[in-house]
Design a protein around this ligand. Sequence first.
Ligand SMILES: NC(=O)c1ccc[n+]([C@@H]2O[C@H](COP(=O)([O-])OP(=O)(O)OC[C@H]3O[C@@H](n4cnc5c(N)ncnc54)[C@H](OP(=O)(O)O)[C@@H]3O)[C@@H](O)[C@H]2O)c1
Length: 317
Amino acid sequence: MRMLVLGGTRFLGRRIAEQAMGLGHAVTCAARGLSGAAPPGARFVTVDRDRADGLDALKGEWFDAAVDVARHPAQVQGALAALEVRIGHWTFVSTISVYADTQTRGQRAGTAPLLAPAENGPYGPAKVACERAFGDAALICRAGLIVGPGDPTGRFGSWIARLARGGEVLAPAAPEDPVQLIDARDLAAWIVHGAERGLAGPFDAVAPACTRRAFLDRCADALGAACTYAWADPAFLDRHGVGRDSGRFSLPLPLPDTIGDASRDVSATVAAGLTVRPLEETARDTLHWLETTGGPVTGLTADEEATLLAAWHAERG
Ligand SMILES: NC(=O)c1ccc[n+]([C@@H]2O[C@H](COP(=O)([O-])OP(=O)(O)OC[C@H]3O[C@@H](n4cnc5c(N)ncnc54)[C@H](OP(=O)(O)O)[C@@H]3O)[C@@H](O)[C@H]2O)c1
């Protein structure tokens, strides 16, 4: 295939380009060139989707398949207007943040209610508007938490770095709560697989859920670390100002108020070809990447965690 990745210079987009090239496809990555480079072997075309003439560099070209990672409806509409008739199959990388109900467990992509679309809205509603622009013929790939080597957010990486140190770990909420994520390499492989087969419609693109205890234990075991866990309930974390998603002073695993986002029923995606590597492999590869590149880690420092653990023990008497 001739494949276009609108993006392709950052995390997932880069993995998609690598995966497609590994399967023998000819890949063009199109971006401004500000976030990073396209992977070796891919053709890079400079575009700027914030400009009316920003996609002119692709004028007259055709592609069997295109993948878009955009977050802004205006950029999607611009790409469709400029390129649609010359693209065989579209994949839009969306997000599970499009869903209205973040609490009910076991929801499915085909039936779960969405947020109202908003052209200039925040992330979730804007992604809904992007999805609408693509329509029914596109593969709408609603990604969950994307992890693995190269992750610029540091969310999964902070758990890996923490678990690797061993000892008592401050863990948010309850051990039986669900965790759901996907290695960017597995997601990229499924997206290319979907493009090759002309897959269409909405799918949740995330691995089947496991429990929080299994997530932490399996990662720790894979890293050869001995860990015990202090399960801190959301009220304790709120009282001590611990953030819930990412960034400084946070514990980036979803808490019960968004647990529906971490327990999606992905049987349709698995039936459509999603295969996921063992979590242990993702954990080991991520630690190797962190150690060799100094990749980003967020969350709590060792001192901050020690202070919180002391408070947790003191509150329990
Ligand atoms: N990370 C997660 O856990 C998570 C979870 C759910 C869904 N998602 C979705 O997964 C996708 C992640 O994609 P990604 O990892 O490749 O990172 P990304 O940050 O979404 O990459 C954006 C890409 O678009 C390009 N770009 C940005 N502005 C542009 C412009 N004005 N004109 C042309 N190109 C522009 C960037 O390159 P330049 O800056 O060089 O132009 C970059 O290649 C996104 O769709 C995100 O919404 C992520």
